[in-house]
Design a protein around this ligand. Structure first.
Ligand code: THU
Length: 131
């Protein structure tokens, strides 16, 4: 599948501009291409109870399910300077669950797979194989 990285970046920037970040002032936007060709996106949504904050990736996964089923094949995340941002550890796990095998991410050190940024991951397969 052809991946338009520039379009993904623009969608991530658009999402970033909707972020609700009164506490950190650190807006984040994420966008992804799905295996059926959709673009899904999300922004971070903070909370007065700080730990309740939703990362941009959480919003993106919500958008994935809201707009239909599917798996993520390519992912892009930006900060307020429109620079590439790496998903936090929790969000790498979140993305892994909904990724197609070999999902690509634009990272600070080039395009990588989800398996490279979350090596030896624990996922649905482990639950199936070991239970
Ligand atoms: N944040 C994200 O939205 N995604 C990440 O992967 C890293 C962190 C948000 C959470 C919080 O609203 C702000 O960035 C500062 O941590």
């Amino acid at each position: 599948m052809n991946i338009d990285w520039n379009n993904l970046k623009q969608e991530a920037i658009t999402a970033m501009k909707k972020a609700y970040v009164p506490y950190s002032m650190f807006p984040v936007g994420a966008a992804a291409l799905t295996d059926d060709g959709r673009i899904v996106s999300g922004c971070n949504i903070e909370n007065a109870s700080y730990g309740v904050t939703l990362c941009a990736e959480c919003s993106l996964v919500s958008d994935l399910f809201r707009t239909g089923p599917g798996k993520l094949v390519a992912f892009y995340c930006v900060d307020k300077h429109e620079n590439i941002l790496m998903p936090c550890g929790r969000c790498r796990q979140l993305l892994f669950e909904h990724s197609a095998p070999g999902m690509l991410l634009e990272t600070v050190s080039g395009i990588k797979t989800i398996e490279e940024v979350l090596p030896d991951a624990f996922g649905p397969r482990e639950l199936n194989e070991r239970s």
